[in-house]
Design a protein. Structure first.
Lengths: 257, 317
């Protein structure tokens, strides 16, 4: 099974995130890390390869320094990495990013494309369905249990109403939730080996997408930044034995029951 | 602005999320709705009361299962037919995939995780919280159609009492759109409302001390007609089901009343519940961060306060 895992470099969880007032976009200048749920996708890909053979290719789009984050996934056991990095891709929204990723994936012709369901920087959180539409292949999202049987992917997922099991023929696009597995830590051997694994960097020109990404290729705009609405005054009291009465009085007064 | 609102239905009822978005759209411009799948036409008629002048319905067999790709086909043809300027969705597992796929299909801009929409100088503007909701970003679109996915629970349905004309339509489906199939479905057993639908949520965290203490919350929730939710920490510890997890890696909820019991208020939990109408927090630790963003904070022992509150609510009848 040839598996492509779409991963993303996000600001490290320990970095204080801020928005660049000039571009009104997330400031990505600090320390980066692999998006946490992407680790679940990488882990799942490695498990499938361990059971059935094949290859795990990382596909990413981002700043040149994203190679550091990719190296961690290579250390976990992915075979090689492809990074699309181009100044012309900065500020890409969903339509533009999905266009770039779909083109990069077309070059690889994988049997299975995996995404991590949630993105900790809030961007790209719904990419898989857009990529699936561009590749004209079936999509399964929110998958908490995945099996690859012969020529089909079968995924179990949780919805608002219960559990659905969905089957689709390969090639298919699957977004996994963080409930699917526990990502492994890279071994020392894996970390040493990661440095010599093949890494390829592509430009938009390489993909034939010059001018089709970044702001010219996007359809959404960021207008203004402001403070969120305040919650108003809050009341804090020590329980003197009458807290339950006070809660009831408070919520009754506000007609919440 | 001419809006088309995607309305989901379950067991004959239109979902609250879509209706909240519809009410908002009706207050900003001309709102039409669309309902897809078995029973769509019957459910569609009820959208009139929430401000839709017209609701499109398609009951094609390809739309029987709750899968996104046939819905993208149906919506793409409907947007072309009606010339809708904006297509709005209330966030759900299904709606997120439909919205993103439609964006790619139509090469249209999609803004998501919005908590509100407004029209300023004739232009649609979305309100999107960022950086763990410490910043509110105004977002826009450079072109029509404008696609928007609204955070679940952010907008309340408002009944206006109108009626809608229902028009059924035919859709054609791409071959790849019908490749995925639903092979099994199990409904969740639950005695009360789900945490997405509940007006009242009683939530528990580490401060409960043991999984058994969740029974205190269940009793309070039952008395209030609400649902029980949990933090990531206790779900990870196996104290309560994953389906009830609220927060960054769980669900986002916005009930009218959220009672947080033994929850410190870590950022990962906060982002999932701070849209709630009123937040009441009970915690032994007076320095817990939750006291910075609740409306009523009780510094005390939940094991004392919660059972007493349950009794009082029951006595109230």
């Amino acid at each position: 099974v040839k598996i492509a895992v779409c991963v993303k470099n996000v600001p490290d969880a320990t970095v204080h995130k801020k928005i660049d007032p000039q571009t009104k976009r997330l400031d990505r200048s600090g320390e980066g890390a692999l998006n946490p749920t992407d680790l679940n996708a990488v882990e799942e890909a490695i498990r499938i390869r361990e059971a059935q053979g094949g290859e795990v290719v990382l596909v990413s789009m981002g700043l040149p320094k994203a190679v550091d984050a990719l190296r961690k996934a290579l250390a976990m056991g992915a075979d090689r990495a492809v990074l699309v990095s181009d100044e012309g891709a900065a500020g890409s929204d969903l339509v533009a990013t999905s266009r770039v990723l779909a083109k990069a994936l077309e070059r690889e012709t994988p049997d299975l494309v995996l995404f991590g369901q949630a993105s900790s920087d809030g961007d790209g959180a719904v990419l898989w369905a857009a990529v699936a539409d561009r590749l004209r292949r079936p999509v399964l999202s929110q998958v908490a249990e995945l099996t690859i049987e012969g020529e089909a992917a079968k995924g179990k997922r949780q919805t608002e109403h219960g559990y659905d099991t969905i089957s689709a023929p390969l090639p298919a696009i699957v977004a996994v939730s963080d409930a699917i597995n526990e990502p492994r830590y890279p071994s020392l051997k894996g970390i040493m080996g990661a440095k010599s694994k093949p890494q390829e960097t592509l430009s938009l020109t390489d993909l034939g997408l010059e001018g089709d990404a970044g702001e010219p290729g996007s359809r959404t705009t960021v207008l203004e930044l402001g403070p969120p609405p305040s919650r108003g005054d809050s009341v804090k009291i020590e329980d003197d034995g009458s807290a339950a009465e006070k809660i009831l009085a408070y919520v009754t007064e506000r007609r919440l029951l | 602005v001419r809006f088309l609102v995607f309305l989901e239905h379950h067991e004959g009822q239109l979902e609250k999320g879509g209706l909240g978005v519809l009410s908002k759209a009706a207050s900003l411009g001309d709102a039409e709705g669309v309902v897809l799948g078995a029973g769509a036409a019957e459910a569609a008629a009820r959208a009139g009361a929430f401000g839709a002048a017209k609701v499109y319905a398609c009951e094609d067999e390809a739309l029987a299962s709750p899968l996104p790709q046939p819905r993208i086909d149906a919506l793409a043809s409907l947007v072309e037919k009606t010339g809708a300027e904006a297509v709005l969705f209330g966030a759900s597992v299904l709606a997120a995939d439909v919205a993103a796929g439609l964006a790619a299909r139509l090469e249209a801009g999609l803004n998501w995780d919005l908590v509100d929409l407004e029209v300023a100088d004739g232009e649609l503007v979305g309100k999107r919280p960022a950086l763990s909701d410490t910043v509110l970003v105004d977002v826009g679109w450079s072109d029509s159609p404008r696609l928007a996915l609204v955070r679940s629970g952010a907008l309340d349905p408002a009944e206006s009492g109108g009626s809608a004309e229902v028009e059924t339509f035919e859709a054609t489906f791409s071959e790849f759109s019908t490749l995925a199939t639903l092979v099994d479905q199990t409904q969740e057993e639950s005695s009360g409302p789900s945490i997405e639908d509940a007006d009242v949520i009683v939530a528990g965290g580490r401060g409960l001390g043991s999984p058994e203490a969740f029974s205190l919350l269940e009793e309070l929730a039952a008395a209030l007609g609400g649902a029980v939710a949990a933090t990531r920490a206790v779900v990870d510890a196996g104290w309560y089901p994953y389906a009830t997890q609220v927060g960054q890696t769980g669900k986002t909820v916005a009930p009218k009343l959220y009672i947080a019991c033994g929850i410190s208020g870590a950022i990962q939990h906060k982002v999932g519940m701070q849209g709630s109408g009123t937040i009441v927090a009970i915690n032994k630790d007076a320095n817990a961060p939750i006291f910075d963003f609740c409306d009523l904070g009780i510094v005390g022992d939940l094991h004392q306060v919660v059972p007493k509150l349950t009794e009082l609510v029951r006595a109230r009848g």
